[in-house]
Design a protein around this ligand. Structure first.
Ligand code: ADP
Length: 377
């Protein structure tokens, strides 16, 4: 049993509260990723699960049992850190088997388990080498081997790939996922890298300043962010957020204007009022090039063209006299597009994929039908 529940978890250092009431459930065998910007409390939360930090308030439940006061070595948890922390004087085999020898496991059993782990992690031919004779990726694999050799119910990873180069990171991502499929352990993986979170997680927990901003499947977070923080954090390039004013609320659509008076209509019923300032959220892949200026939602000059081969990202300059809309609008077009810096480009927003966020940054859901009492215009 390795379901993990964090119930109203808090952590303070002196008068400073770092974790401000966190509720998360991770199912048995689930691969959960805690993601968020540096300093949001990811590592602190992970270390509280591991037992390396005390819990100021709330309950940590593992497999139905309250763990707040259980010492780390009695929790059935293994942890892999960013720094590999291998013993330099020991061989790969000795490093992997060390925890078992501390537990006085029989020598033959240790040998078998180390060989098994070595095979899983493609370290069979390196078992007699010392850490100094290994590459970064191989060292990280030894660190993972050291964690899984104990057959833990739960494995915690704290930014394990940050020290590796880009290519190795991609390879190790796949290997850790494969490992999870083979072992079925419950995993919590901490990273600041939203790409790692998107590609590895079954459940993402986005943290912001010690609170959960949103929890869910990667694609649902990408498609239905509940707030502007998640909208901008998940996805690269990030979601465009364009400040608009609600001009009129009609039976089945809204009319909006931007800071320089460009008008937009948006079909659907939203819980908004005339005069509200909102942000229209739209991803780069949901903006297309207008057939002509008359059918464009906006016409803006091109500031930057980023050609990535398969696709191109075009950054449109914000209107010079529109102080409110200072961020560029980014759209994705095909790789071999002929667009150049300085061109004037008319763009159209795919209405199906437009989101509305209120002044506090929370999404305003599209409602079914506007009832008489719900009418707000
Ligand atoms: P993350 O892993 O998301 O980068 P951390 O969990 O390491 O963030 O840190 C969260 C916040 O807690 C940071 O502002 C950090 O400065 C603070 N913090 C971490 N450890 C301590 C400590 N031992 N004493 C005081 N503040 C700490």
């Amino acid at each position: 049993m390795s379901r993990i529940e964090l119930n109203s978890i808090r952590k303070s250092y002196g008068d400073t509260e770092i974790i401000k009431g966190v509720d998360i459930t991770i199912e048995e065998g689930e691969f959960a990723v805690f993601v968020g910007p540096s300093g949001c409390g990811k590592s602190t939360l992970l270390r509280m699960v591991a037992g390396l930090e005390s819990i100021s308030a709330g309950d940590l439940i593992l497999g139905g049992q309250r763990m707040n006061d259980v010492p780390p070595d009695k929790r059935g948890i293994a942890m892999v850190f960013q720094s590999y922390a291998l013993y330099p004087h020991m061989t790969v085999a000795e490093n992997i088997g060390f925890a078992l020898s501390l537990k006085k496991v029989a020598k033959n059993e240790i040998k078998n388990r180390v060989r098994e782990v070595g095979k899983i992690l493609h370290l069979e031919d390196l078992l007699n080498r010392k850490p100094a004779e290994l590459s970064g990726g191989q060292r990280q694999r030894v660190a993972i081997g050291r964690a899984i050799v104990k057959k833990p119910q739960v494995i915690l990873f704290d930014e394990p790939l940050s020290n590796l180069d880009a290519m190795l990171r991609v390879q190790m991502r796949a290997e850790i996922q494969k490992l999870h499929q083979e072992f079925g352990s419950t995993i919590i993986y901490v990273t600041h890298d939203q790409v790692e979170a998107m590609t590895m997680a079954e459940k993402i927990v986005v943290l912001n300043q010690g609170r959960v901003a949103q929890t869910g499947h990667p694609i649902s977070l990408y498609k239905q962010p509940q707030n502007t923080f998640v909208a901008e954090f998940i996805g690269s390039p990030k979601m465009n957020l364009i400040e608009l004013r609600i001009d009129q609320v009609y039976e089945n659509h809204l009319e909006l204007t931007d800071a320089v008076g460009s008008r937009f209509t948006l079909a659907g019923v939203y819980n908004v009022n005339t005069g509200d300032i909102v942000k229209l959220g739209i991803r780069p892949e949901h903006i297309s090039i207008a057939e002509d200026a008359a059918s464009a939602d906006l016409v803006e000059p091109v500031a930057i063209v980023e050609r990535l081969g398969a696709e191109t990202y075009v950054h449109l300059h914000p209107k010079e006299n529109a102080a409110a809309q200072s961020a560029p609008i980014v759209l994705r077009v095909e790789g071999d597009c002929q667009i150049r810096q300085g061109d004037k480009l008319g763009i159209v927003f795919d209405r199906q994929h437009c989101l509305l966020f209120d002044a506090d940054g929370y999404v305003r859901k599209r409602e079914g039908k506007r009832g008489k009492r719900g009418r707000r215009d």
